[in-house]
Design a protein around this ligand. Sequence first.
Ligand SMILES: [Zn+2]
Length: 309
Amino acid sequence: MELLAIMYHYVFASGAENPFDKMHYMPLASFKNQVDHILNAYEPVGVTDIAGFLSGKPWAKERPPVVFTFDDGLRCHYENVFPFFKEKGIPGQFFIITSTIVENAIPFVHKSHLLGNHLGDRGLRDRFLEVYQRDWGPVDLEKAAPMEKAVKTYRWDPPEIKQFKYFINFGLSDSVREKTMNELFRQCFGDGETLRKQFFMTKEDIVAMAGSGMEIGGHSHLHKPLSGLPVQERQADVNRCLSSLQEILGKRVRTFSYPYGKRETFDEVVIELLRTAGLTCAFSTIVGKNPPGTDCFMIRRLDPKDVNA
Ligand SMILES: [Zn+2]
């Protein structure tokens, strides 16, 4: 028997009233169907059972355990997932990027999703290159992002979008990429405050969820790959995240989800920080299920598309 952890992203009710209709999202109706379907075969569990099961304690239930997880502290989780889970008594795991709450920040990856939703893939490409070339001079895309490599890295997009994605992710330094995206974001959305409120949960949302059986955990402060930061910044980021949540909730959090979450994005330093802070478990984005004996700080997850319960 194995513990199944599923990692959901955007969940929106489809239709004209969804302002984020061009994002890759799971329609609310499909989400509910999938959860109901999974519950026929699995037992939804919270933190204590997760830790017990992974540490090899005898599992008395007939059906294997499942945990539903939601990264990034998105408002759609509060609006769409929370009422459904509350009604069903499912303890969902929600992981918060604390800079979105205590500093009104929008992390890079969400800026790029919001711009893609607003401009379309081609619009985002054209406008990003426009801003980039204005600030940094002409770019030879074929040199900075060889098509041959781009097509091997991305599978589904048209060639010019593959090349653009490769350019953004591998052809630019972090700071140039971020500055350019910030400038384009400012051009399209000003200070982005209205959008941020539509997109991320507030303190009040989190407190309400924690008070109704949901588990709130950390997802870092700035949403950067933690292993890429110098050790001091890594510690500062994790501590800031955990202490901000403790202040908001009035108690320590027990769970964490690593930003990006692949094996190379977190390391022993980060795991040790979480253990020392008294956390019980942490989730990665390494794909797979979790037999007893799995490290509680390296829980594997499945994408909803990979689940056929
Ligand atoms: Zn994330």
